[in-house]
Ligand binder design. Structure first.
Ligand code: FAD
Ligand code: SF4
Ligand code: SF4
Length: 462
């Protein structure tokens, strides 16, 4: 990996923690690749990046060609290089991992693309010809951005509608700056705009227009709204001051970092400064909360997770980073109640052990009788995952088919829903997932929409 800043320095700011590779280190790292005949790294990369070829070009100092190749399969390569859980994807499948550390593929991908930006090789869309058909994309997160990128390059008129004031979805308001600095997302948004994508910000579909109204305006629609309904646990003391959902907490911190006025941060409701903080959960969101709390100057930060380290859903690399920064993990522990008299003072927790596996193969956590204990806390952050909002009702489109979990049903290949010309991608189809999967979906949808609109044009002409 490139040099990682020391934990003491990291705790002081929200800047990214890895420095950029030096050219010779990137070439040396890339040259470690064995150029496998069957590259398992590529098989396990959701966008099927041609990893061995761009590593080879990097090893030989041919960075512009490496960039051209890497961007041909990924609309946001420097973002994936920063925040993909590579240990579970490309790098986790690298065959030289056993006995040696795997090739640090993500860091090289980031290096190639950051170098391309510095050298002006990253260019806005400049389609060979303009098409008069237009596409409305609901949601400007990574899925919507990837679909917009490809559709605009094909010459379509692309409009992104988003209820937020900034483009990027969770890249801006969920994921903290120490994993992904915000100017990295902003320059991508500018690139789309420079390439002719039209943004309609502060525009909430369901409030400012119905799905039907947008369908009447555009030749195709992409729904890329993500999942935002926080999962909750109903425990005694839940409604008290100081028990807050993770995304509200992270959004307040990100907005503060972007220079916005954030009253909930200023008045301490969503600010960990000087507090004993307990975060409940073991996924990426929980990791982001604990590390944000450390940077805000919390007195202590504990992460309560009902399974153990081996069975946590979050990235192991991020857990290690959190531990280095001073976070204490309380494995095999679950909350039973939130203590306090209107204002939280602690969490009553119980120890767990892992029992027999359920139908999914995961061992079921079970309470250890009599092991209750109290953990002091003035801020408790619930990071228990997200569910979709009720999109058919919200969009005024009860005929839109959804699964029993509320995610939109879309064809796995074409991404088309049951409504003609309406496509759906990213978290709103998969449930809470990963940035790289949203990008893959966005690119696949762009290819299907192109075919769909071409067929329509032929049918209209004949
Ligand atoms: P989103 O990014 O959620 O974007 C959806 C957009 O739609 C938003 O801009 C929203 O404002 C807009 N929208 C919603 N409803 C409407 C409406 N009615 N009208 C108009 N606009 C609307 N993934 C990783 O790969 N690596 C990580 O390290 C990682 N860390 C994460 C940390 C946190 C805290 C969270 C919450 C998630 C993390 N993820 C991570 C997951 C990742 O962010 C998501 O999988 C990804 O952003 C999904 O992309 P999307 O485009 O489907 O949706
Ligand atoms: Fe690895 Fe993600 Fe890059 Fe694919 S997109 S090569 S999984 S870092
Ligand atoms: Fe190179 Fe590892 Fe991929 Fe093989 S699996 S091609 S060694 S990066």
């Amino acid at each position: 990996m490139p040099t990682k800043r020391g934990a003491d320095s990291r705790r002081q700011d929200f800047n990214e923690i890895y420095e950029e590779f030096k050219p010779e280190s990137a070439a040396e790292q890339a040259s470690r690749c064995s150029q496998c005949g069957i590259p398992f790294c590529q098989v396990h990369c959701p966008v099927q990046n041609n990893i061995p070829d761009w590593l080879n070009l990097t090893a030989n100092g041919r960075l512009e060609e490496a960039y051209e190749l890497s961007q041909s399969t990924n609309s946001l390569p420097e973002i994936c290089g920063r925040i993909c859980p590579q240990d579970r994807l490309c790098e986790g499948s690298c065959v030289i991992e056993k006995g040696f550390d795997s090739v640090t593929i993500g860091a090289v991908e980031k290096y190639i693309t950051d170098t391309a930006w510095e050298n002006g090789w990253v260019k806005p869309a400049n389609p060979a010809s303009e098409k008069d058909q237009s596409i409305g994309i609901i949601g400007g997160g990574p899925g919507g951005m990837a679909a917009a990128d490809l559709l605009r390059r094909k010459g379509y008129q692309v409009h992104i509608y988003d209820r937020y004031d900034r483009v990027g979805g969770l890249l801006v308001y969920g994921i903290p700056g120490f994993k992904l600095e915000k100017d990295v997302v902003e320059r991508r948004a500018r690139l789309l705009e420079d390439g002719g994508v039209t943004f309609h910000m502060n525009f909430e579909v369901g409030k400012d227009a119905t799905l039907e109204e947008l369908r009447a305006k555009h030749d195709a629609i992409v729904v890329a709204t993500g999942v935002y309904k926080a999962r909750d646990i109903s425990l005694p003391g839940s409604g008290q001051e100081g028990v807050v959902p993770a995304l509200s907490y992270l959004t307040a911190s990100n907005r503060k970092g972007l220079g916005d006025e954030v009253p909930e941060y200023e008045n301490g409701t969503l600010n960990a400064d000087g507090k004993n903080v307990v975060v409940i959960g073991g996924g990426d969101t929980a990791m982001d909360c604990v590390r944000t709390a450390v940077r805000q100057g919390a007195k202590s930060v504990k992460c309560l997770y009902r399974r153990d380290r081996k069975n946590m859903p979050g990235s192991l690399r991020e857990t290690q980073n959190a531990e280095e920064e001073g976070v204490e993990f309380v494995w095999l522990s679950a909350p039973k109640a939130f203590l306090g008299d209107g204002k939280v003072t602690g969490v009553k927790a119980i120890e767990m052990h892992l029992g027999i596996a359920d139908a999914t193969g995961r061992q079921v956590p079970q309470e250890i009788e009599g092991s209750e204990h109290d953990i002091p806390a003035d801020l408790v952050i619930k990071a228990l995952g997200f569910d979709p909002e009720d999109i058919p009702t919200l969009f005024g489109a009860p005929e839109l088919e959804v699964s029993r979990w509320g995610t939109i049903d879309a064809d796995p290949i074409t991404k088309m829903t049951n409504l003609d010309g309406v496509f759906a991608i990213g978290d709103i189809v998969r449930g809470a997932s990963l940035v790289v999967w949203a990008i893959r979906d966005g690119r696949d949808a762009a290819v299907s929409i192109d075919e769909y609109l071409q067929q329509h044009a032929v049918a209209k002409a004949s």
